[in-house]
Write a protein that binds this ligand. Structure first.
Ligand SMILES: Nc1ncnc2c1ncn2[C@@H]1O[C@H](COP(=O)(O)OP(=O)(O)OP(=O)(O)O)[C@@H](O)[C@H]1O
Ligand SMILES: [Mg+2]
Length: 390
């Protein structure tokens, strides 16, 4: 009898093994559900903590959690596993409705909690992006432009480094200035446009353009300044008058233009009183702040000290091998660490060509409308994406 049961047991084991082997070869899904997944699950739960620890992917638990574990569960507090989402940025595919509600909201970067950092021009009309050389300021604007390009807005570029960054975006730009002289004229034209828009509001008795009927509402304009110091630093005494004029015009736009749908997005390495008369008054109006790696604490203080003082230290600890990482603060005192997704200039240029047909033509800005070159060849190496590293 015992011989028979041994034979039955062995035969059973062999046929089960044979059945699994057959399932593995002929029906991998069944094999995975019966064997692969349970084994992987057990292996994962046994080795997970040690692996995360060795890879340096553990973070301190919150004080509340440590307290609860120590005093309520009466266990030793273990270091929690974490994952640095800013190492390789991948934007969430879908954004929660509450963050993207509004006609002028665009995702620009990823926050360290995995959610999208958005620019909402109705909530924060004007912003300043600061950072040392090669810290990621132009990448930030590149992401911004390629998102704004898809919306019904006019984009205006001021890139006094002779247009090296922004000339490629020409098909989607309603106006472009690449020298301080051109910028001076363009800012004057923008003031004229702002005053005309205010006349329109006044004739309809509404306080801002969102109160106008949709068919009368002027198109929103976003003015992107790539390196503000190029506008403000003067080499000779004779340029001072032009500089003072430009600062004054920018201050007027920053103080009033929100109501008529003109928004400023300013980039610079520093933004302090050393830029000249009026610079700090202008900075005070640029309430959205994004600070990339900076060379000194003073620059971080300049950009964040007045709105989110606790963020100053975080901005001084951004490592040089992580371009694009920044600290974003706003006038509510809140701040977070963010990083833009890597994007080649060619990719941004391609988006601008794709959406060239939505570029608004404004009569007041016609003299500054940039010449447009042919669309880039889709096979061009410029259009191939580069992975984010670091
Ligand atoms: N988010 C990012 N991920 C990966 N690489 C990035 C990121 N942001 C910037 N870089 C890389 O860092 C370098 C500098 O970026 P960028 O040109 O934007 O800096 P910048 O602050 O505008 O510099 P400059 O002051 O010289 O104009 C580029 O090679 C860019 O590709
Ligand atoms: Mg740059």
């Amino acid at each position: 009898m015992s011989d028979l049961s041994t034979v039955i047991e062995v035969a059973g084991a062999l046929s089960a093994a044979g059945g699994l082997g057959y399932a593995k070869a002929r029906s991998p899904r069944v094999f995975w559900s019966l064997v692969g997944a349970p084994v992987a699950r057990v292996r994962f739960s046994v080795t997970y903590r040690a692996t995360m620890d060795v890879c340096g992917l553990t973070v301190q638990p919150s004080r509340l959690r440590a307290f609860m574990v120590r005093n309520v569960a009466r266990q030793e507090v273990q270091r929690m596993t974490g994952y640095d989402v800013l190492r390789r940025v991948k934007m969430p595919r879908r954004l929660p409705r509450n963050t993207t509600a509004g006609p002028l909201v665009v995702p620009v970067a990823l926050r360290e909690d995995g959610t999208a950092f958005v620019r909402d021009y109705q909530k924060v009309p004007h912003a300043l992006t600061v950072g040392a050389n090669q810290s990621g300021k132009s990448m930030y604007q590149r992401n911004l432009i390629s998102q704004l390009a898809k919306l019904p807005v006019g984009l205006i570029g001021i890139d006094c480094k002779r247009g090296v960054e922004q000339r490629g975006y020409a098909p989607r730009l309603s106006a472009l200035a690449i020298t301080p002289d051109e910028a001076d004229g363009l800012l004057e034209a923008l003031i004229g446009e702002m005053e005309e828009r205010f006349d329109l509001l006044s004739s309809h008795g509404v306080p801002d353009m969102w109160g106008l009927p949709a068919k009368l509402r002027p198109v929103p304009l976003v003015v992107l300044v790539d390196e503000v110091a190029e506008l403000f630093l003067v080499a000779a005494k004779k340029d001072e008058e032009r500089r003072d004029r430009m600062v004054m015009r920018m201050i007027r736009l920053a103080q009033m233009a929100r109501a008529v749908g003109i928004f400023l997005e300013v980039c610079g390495q520093r933004f302090g009183s050393d830029l000249g008369k009026g610079a700090t008054a202008l900075r005070a109006q640029l309430t959205g702040r994004v600070v990339h790696r900076v060379n000194d604490k003073q620059t971080a203080e300049m950009a964040l000290g007045d709105i989110a003082p606790e963020a100053v230290f975080a901005a001084t600890t951004i490592p040089p091998d992580r371009p694009g990482v920044a600290v974003a603060g706003d006038s509510s005192g809140g701040w977070s660490r963010i990083r833009t997704p890597a994007m080649t200039p060619g990719q941004a240029v391609a988006v601008c060509h794709e959406f060239a047909h939505v570029t608004p033509h404004l009569a007041a800005l016609a003299p500054f409308r940039p010449a447009v070159s042919a669309a880039p060849d889709p096979g061009s190496p410029l259009l191939k994406s580069r992975p984010a590293t670091g």
